[in-house]
Design a protein around this ligand. Structure first.
Ligand code: NAP
Length: 486
């Protein structure tokens, strides 16, 4: 069993419970971790609160140096980290290399940003006054992470939180805690005890304690909209800061001017990356009516070339889904759509030739509409539902006909359509021609039920800094605008 990391110590759960962690490509147990209890959660909060009393006064330059050291160490242990991440998460090894490179880049980015971060001086209202804005850390930040990008989504929170002078409690998904724990040994071991903690355990055992405890002023959560709503409601009782990065149902519009062959490859990538388990996976495709046949033909041909297999094998393009429950949801969406008239062009089944692992064949579906679950709820799997449109107005209206607003993609080089798309579509990120790429400086987050937060960029650091206005009058004489008024 791999113990959890609290206050610089390796601990089991106080009640001895454990959770098995599986390799989704083989359905075998990789290792186990403590199933933390409410008592363990309090222990982590107290350790992080205690560590904060010192850590908050460590200068920004020293904190930047420590983040830079973490980045250097991760470079040194790159191959080991990538391998473990692939075994527990499942996606293709090249995607895990990319994830780990982004983790390194994020550490570098926030080390650089905090070195140059400044407050603000205001013009005073009176000659004797000096007004300025300073930024302060909040204290203990609970960072709750999903299974699909365990390191990336962790570091998007942890790097800016630490840079800003907060201490953190990382709560990884109970499906993917192993690589995060390994990073504590390999990469974060130079941080003082209690500054970075990893509390493993089921969300419903430790979640409420983290969210409700008075010594946790900020909860940074990435995960499903349902759990985000619960966290938001609980946190509101103490008017806590919550950063909620939630689910999506991203549209992809092929404009009338777009080339269907290259659009097919772009959509295969954005819909099937990580077996469709990306918050910004393309989950709704809108294609001009008169291009539908050419497009679906090109897409079917291209998808047929993609290879399913264990992520650890270099020949794999698409790995397994991370847990059987996620695969069930895809099957449910397909059955619902078929019962309402949808037609499967490709896939739709568990691959019969692979006898272990939670694989699902990439699936292309046509004749879909917005009455179907696959066009309304997050599917989070390798499903590509295609709908046709006749006018660009209709395409934009279809994009916006959703409770979600995380990302949206367009293939076009018609400047008038591009401008309309990025101005009118309600989403936190708009990708034109190159879907799903990130930029360290580009804030990422959702509109509508996809969340209320922004990670990365200056906004990502601001999220972990409280704002304080200092009003300082050098003249300590009695003011003529105080009492008495006569
Ligand atoms: P999830 O089920 O909501 O779980 C996310 C995290 O919350 C896990 O660590 C989970 O712990 C924990 N949790 C569960 N119940 C909790 C509770 N009552 N209180 C506090 N924490 C609790 O999400 P998931 O299935 O891991 O991830 C997929 C979802 O994440 C999708 O909806 C996807 O769109 C979304 N996502 C969003 C973004 C974004 O940036 N917007 C990025 C990636 C993923 P357990 O592991 O023990 O359940």
């Amino acid at each position: 069993m791999k113990p959890m990391y609290i206050n610089g110590e390796w601990l089991t759960s106080t009640d001895g419970q454990t959770i098995d962690v599986f390799n989704p490509a083989t359905e075998t147990v990789l290792d186990s971790v403590p199933n933390g209890s409410a008592e363990d959660a309090v222990k982590a909060i107290e350790a992080a609160h205690h560590a904060f009393q010192e850590w908050r006064w460590v200068t920004a330059l020293e904190r930047a140096e420590m983040l830079q050291q973490a980045s250097t160490k991760l470079r040194q242990h790159f191959d080991e980290v990538v391998k473990l991440l692939t075994l527990e998460q499942g996606k293709a090894i090249s995607e895990n290399e990319e994830e780990t490179e982004w983790v390194i880049g994020t550490l570098d980015y926030y080390a650089g940003l905090v070195r140059n971060y400044r407050g603000r001086v205001l013009p005073p209202a009176e000659r004797s006054q000096f007004n300025f804005i300073i930024k302060e850390p909040y204290g203990v930040c609970a960072c709750i992470i999903p299974f699909n990008y365990p390191l990336l989504l962790m570091i998007w929170k942890v790097a800016p939180a630490l840079a800003a002078g907060n201490t953190v409690i990382i709560k990884p998904s109970d499906q993917t805690p192993l690589t995060t724990l390994r990073l504590m040994e390999l990469v974060f071991d130079h941080f003082p005890p209690g500054v970075v903690n990893v509390l493993t355990g089921q969300g419903d055992r430790v979640g409420d304690v983290l969210v409700e405890h008075p010594q946790v002023p900020l909860i940074a959560f990435t995960g499903s909209t349902a759990i985000g709503q619960r966290i938001g409601a609980l946190a509101a009782k103490r008017v806590k800061r919550t950063h909620l990065e939630l689910g999506g149902k991203d549209p992809f519009v092929i404009a009338p001017d777009a080339d269907v062959e290259s659009a097919a490859e772009a959509i295969a990538y954005s819909a099937l990356l990580n077996a469709g388990q990306v918050c910004t996976s393309t989950e709704r495709i809108y294609v001009p009516h008169d291009k539908a046949e050419a497009f679906t033909g090109a897409l079917s041909d291209f998808v047929a070339t993609l290879r399913l297999g264990p992520g650890i094998e270099r020949t794999t393009d698409i790995g397994p889904m991370s847990a059987p429950g996620y695969r069930e949801k895809v099957i449910n969406h397909i059955q619902d759509a078929k019962s309402k008239g949808a037609k499967i062009l490709k896939g739709g089944t568990i691959p019969p030739n692979i006898d272990q692992g939670w694989f699902f064949n990439p699936t292309i579906m046509v004749n879909v509409d917005h009455s179907m679950l696959c066009m309304r709820q997050e599917t989070f799997g390798p499903l590509i539902p295609i709908m046709t449109y006749r006018t660009f107005d209709e395409a934009i209206a279809l994009c916006n006909d959703s409770d979600y607003g995380l990302g949206a993609c367009l293939r076009s080089n018609d400047a008038r359509l591009v401008k309309r798309f990025f101005e009118e579509v309600q989403a936190g990120t708009i990708w034109i021609n190159d879907p799903l790429t990130d930029n360290y400086g580009g804030p990422f987050g959702g509109f509508k039920m996809s969340g209320n937060a922004r990670e990365l960029g200056e906004e990502g650091l601001e999220s972990f800094l409280e704002t304080k206005h200092v009003h300082w009058d050098f003249d300590d004489t009695v003011k003529d605008y105080w009492y008495p008024y006569t």
